[in-house]
Design a protein around this ligand. Structure first.
Ligand SMILES: Cc1cc2nc3c(=O)[nH]c(=O)nc-3n(C[C@H](O)[C@H](O)[C@H](O)COP(=O)(O)O)c2cc1C
Length: 195
């Protein structure tokens, strides 16, 4: 990740967490099969309700099987830059628990945890990752014949970060500024709830 992004938090949180950002510019460097396996392995070891591991990942490589279909499921503003990422990934969860058939209301929560681990692993390897809600789930469902018992949660654009100058105008500007965060005291209360 780029050096100037390393100090996002002023507090000494883990450097991996401080280095992470959501890139839109990707380099031409490909991601090896071994690197893909490590990313998925990191997600695999996330905790989940009842150890259900409801997450499922459909990985496509740029120019290879399934990639064009997944790319065209993205909304146009995401397609614009995500097309260059070497990997597009579709993130899905199983709606119901396998052990009793009841709805797993924490499946999306567990996917978030798995993606956090995947993201930390990617950052530690210098790989950038951009999560995407801007996609047409039903297009992807039809293209890949995904059954109704799976929910399509989000997508990922994954690749080594590239030169922001390869992006068009407003995208280039967005790539060069840091995102900000709410103050900690707005997010956390101690002992009593503070709205
Ligand atoms: C679930 C989720 C969905 C997102 N969807 C999109 C998206 O469709 N398009 C996009 O450009 N960014 C998307 N983002 C990226 C966020 O805009 C980004 O994480 C946020 O602005 C903070 O920036 P940072 O990740 O660089 O710190 C998404 C992020 C998450 C976690």
């Amino acid at each position: 990740m780029k050096e100037e992004r390393l100090e996002r938090s002023q507090l000494p949180i883990d450097p991996i967490l401080n280095a992470r950002y959501s890139p839109r510019a990707f380099s031409d460097r490909d991601i090896t099969d071994e690197e893909v396996t490590l990313l998925m392995e990191a997600a695999r070891w996330a905790p989940s309700s009842h150890n259900e591991q409801p997450w499922r990942f459909l990985v496509t490589r740029r120019g290879q099987k399934g990639h064009a279909a997944l790319l065209s499921a993205l909304i146009p503003s995401n397609q614009l830059w995500a097309a260059k990422a070497p990997l597009l990934v579709l993130n899905m969860v199983m709606r119901d628990f396998a052990y009793n058939g009841k709805p797993n209301y924490h499946a999306w929560h567990d996917m978030g945890g798995a993606l956090a681990q995947l993201t930390a692993q990617a950052t530690s390897m210098g790989i950038g990752l951009h999560q995407l809600a801007g996609f047409h789930a039903e297009l992807a469902r039809i293209a890949f014949e995904i059954p109704e018992h799976m929910e399509l949660v989000s997508m990922l654009a994954v690749g080594f970060p590239g030169d922001p100058d390869t992006l068009e105008g407003h995208l280039r500007e967005r790539e060069q500024v840091h995102t900000t965060r709410k103050e900690l005291n707005e997010l956390v209360s101690f002992g009593a709830f503070k709205s």
